[in-house]
Design a protein around this ligand. Structure first.
Ligand code: GSH
Length: 207
């Protein structure tokens, strides 16, 4: 069975859980506490990911693939979650790179600082800058979504999965989504797709 090296708080890991669930693929998860260096052990670096991070998918033959967007690309190929048209494929890739370069480093990191680190962490000083850059990214999404149901070709693809992951939890990072009506609407569209699963399982609470 597929194994996802996972952390329930990670939007990057949620992308993979969501796509695998929507594809109807079975997998089990191994949870890591990323605040305790559990992905930095010699064993992990050697066998799972030399880059010392989740999320990693481990195949039945022991091969491991890291990087959330590479993982969702791999599983989406030849399915409805990745277009067959070359131009649309490139549009999907554009949003995946945008997510990793302009969105996740602000929207996800603000969530991490505000929800995972102690309240007196000096890293709170990063929040204003993260908000400025994060709002720039959200504005770009809002602009696209104000006259489209989904990010590419008006069809639900892995571009939506990649950006949904941290956007729908952006308020945990102190972002106010009420100024983004198109994004709020798109979140509802994604939540209504077949086989949608939530990021945090029912009854889950941070220990
Ligand atoms: N670009 C990577 C990001 C991976 C990443 O930043 N993982 C974080 C959790 S979201 C992590 O494992 N942090 C632990 C560490 O850096 O020690 C992806 O999308 O998979």
């Amino acid at each position: 069975m597929l194994i996802l090296h996972d952390n329930i708080e990670s939007g990057n890991a949620f992308k993979v859980r969501l796509l695998l669930s929507q594809l109807g693929l079975s997998f089990k998860t191994i949870q890591y506490d990323v605040t305790k260096g559990e992905t930095r052990t010699a064993e992990y670096l050697k066998h799972i990911n030399e880059n010392g991070r989740i999320q990693v998918i481990e195949f039945e033959d022991g091969k491991c693939l890291a990087e959330s967007n590479a993982i969702i690309y791999y599983f989406a190929l030849d399915t409805d979650f990745f277009p067959s048209d070359k131009w649309q494929q490139a549009q999907v890739m554009k949003w995946l790179f945008f997510e990793q370069y302009s969105h996740e480093p602000c929207v996800a990191v603000a969530k991490y600082i505000l929800t995972m680190l102690p309240k007196d962490t000096p890293r709170r000083s990063e929040i204003p800058n993260l908000h400025t850059k994060g709002y720039d990214a959200l504005n770009i999404m809002e602009d696209r979504l104000k006259d489209h149901d989904f990010l590419v070709a008006d069809k639900y693809t892995i571009a939506d999965i990649a950006l949904f992951a941290y956007t729908h939890k952006a308020e945990m990072g102190g972002f106010d989504l009420s100024c983004f009506p198109a994004i709020v609407n798109w979140i509802k569209h994604v939540e209504n797709t077949d086989g949608f699963v939530t990021m945090y399982p029912d009854g889950w609470s941070r220990s």
